[in-house]
Design a protein around this ligand. Structure first.
Ligand code: 13P
Length: 234
């Protein structure tokens, strides 16, 4: 199972140091745990039980792009995964699926696994637009990629209305979307993200199509995260 931790824009430097000490105690039987800290802390990463991810990458390679971090720089810091197209970036920073397509290509070239986030708004859900929204997001984000390249991407299904709200979809809703994703991209691993926690994991576990989770709020609470991992694995 994959358990990816998206810290988002959280923790000050000293808090990150204490947090890493807590994460060092995390145990898992069969999960691949990935930490995606805020960018400044990537070079402070020193855990052996966890792999390193980034929350973003530039659509450009190394060069005159002020404020950006390129895939080659991430690779030089031993970053193995990168979250791409999170709804917060699509909404707040107007990131488009075409931008995301360029980012995925840069990452794959540097052997960094993209974790592509897709998901619908509440309004799209209510108007039965989930399938068309997600199909379009995936189609544009994976444009011009070979089947082999496509199969290397991890897709995180994160319904936007579920992020940070305490609301989660039904298993039927999750499985309908994950089976669509697995049909569009044969061989990909699919994560669920959006208010997943140590309580609703017992319910989420009923899905046969969830290969792992992308955790926001829970990623910042190591004790509860350990409970989540234990329940998810057993
Ligand atoms: P929450 O787990 O806080 O709902 O966030 C999910 C998320 O956006 C992970 O990328």
């Amino acid at each position: 199972m994959i358990i990816a931790l998206n810290n988002k824009c959280n923790l000050l430097k000293d808090e990150f140091i204490s947090y890493q000490l807590e994460l060092a105690k995390l145990t898992s039987q069969k999960s691949n745990i990935i930490l995606c800290p805020s960018t400044p802390y990537i070079s402070m990463f020193n855990l052996e039980n966890i792999e390193l991810g980034s929350q973003n990458v530039s659509k450009n390679d190394i060069g005159a792009h002020t404020g950006e971090v390129s895939a080659s720089q991430l690779a030089s810091l031993n970053v193995k995964y990168c979250i791409i197209g999170h709804s917060e970036r699509r909404q707040e920073l107007y990131e488009t699926s075409d931008d995301i397509n360029l980012k995925i290509k840069n990452l794959l070239e540097k052997n960094i696994t993209p974790i592509l986030c897709v998901g619908e708004t509440k309004q799209e859900k209510d108007n039965a637009k989930t399938t068309s929204k997600i199909s379009k997001q995936i189609e544009i984000a994976t444009k011009d990629l070979t089947q082999d390249e496509k199969s290397k991407i991890i897709i995180a299904y994160e319904p936007i209305w579920s992020i940070g709200t305490g609301l989660i979809p039904t298993i039927e809703e999750i499985d309908t979307t994950l089976s669509l994703i697995k049909e569009l991209l044969p061989g990909v691993k699919t994560l669920y993200g959006g208010s997943a926690n140590e309580e609703n994991i017992e319910y989420l576990k009923k899905s046969e199509l969830i290969d792992g989770y992308l955790l926001g709020g829970l990623s910042l609470k190591p004790a509860k995260l350990q409970i989540f991992i234990n329940k998810a694995e057993n």
